[in-house]
Write a protein that binds this ligand. Sequence first.
Ligand code: FES
Ligand SMILES: [Fe+2]
Length: 339
Amino acid sequence: MDPLEYQLLRHTWFPIARIEDVTDRPVQANILGTKLVVYRVGDTMTVARAACPHRGVDLSMGEIRDGGLECPYHGWIFSAGTGVCTHVPSLPAGSAPVRTQLQTYRVAEAYGHVWSCLEEPYLPLPALADVGTVEWQLAFGEPNDLDCGMRQLTENFRDMGHFPFVHQGSMGPDVRRVVAPYQVRRDGWDLEWQLSTDLGGTALEGNKALGTRQTLTYHLSLPMFAWIRTTFPDGGRRLVAQFATPISEDGLRVREFWVVGIDRIVAEEHGVSIEQMWEYERIIFEEDFPIVENQEPREAPLDIRSQAHAPADKYSIAYRRTYVELLEAFAKEKGLEAR
Ligand code: FES
Ligand SMILES: [Fe+2]
């Protein structure tokens, strides 16, 4: 990975775990090859480097005990929040404590996920559609690890020309092939555009209301925070979001996190439950995996001229150009060398 991009991503908020998975056991996580442990004691969520400061065992194999995280090797306990070592079982009574602590990182809880950032965040955590102002029923996907770059995965999620080829299984054989012209609007580091499609009545096993003509609002907050809000002719709304976290130092392996949401109209009038919608989206995501894991190069090239484009790829060109500008702005602020 380009060293400047690597630095930008160290200063980026990434999701690292679903909140629902961080229960009475710690969870393993990763950003850019830095192994992390996520653990919760009461209301305190902690993200720390996974290697125990004693002999380096992965603390995600440990247990929650006595208000902290207990290492599985020698039972040292590290408190929630600060990661300070509070107990060393091998110490004879009355001896001086061992002074050490875990390296902890920033933590945020949003959109069903625990987020972290290895360094001071360069950009704030983006807003997810109108979550928080409109009532959505949300559900959170099982994370998937994939052999591809963060931007490659993000572009796949933004791409519409592949629906009739990759998603015949889930969307049916009648998906419209032509992608109508569209305009990408830019606001700072956010891109948004609208497209309409028609699934020919074949979505979700022929659910009429969902398979009809629909308007999709695509939103992308750089570097990788992406969501699609689908609006049906009767006003019903569906939301799908995807966040891509690089989990290898070279950025060529990524963990995909996703969110699905439906509003009251879809739930009550289209007769689709959040569980059904979750399953539908899960299948759609899985159909994409063999594609995104077999692209060359594995990360989307920032040099626009190195690939061929059709008008349907307008978003991709806008994303790559804006990404280069983001790298330049970051380099300028940090006094780093631009690419
Ligand atoms: S390695 Fe963790 S307590 Fe020894
Ligand atoms: Fe897809």
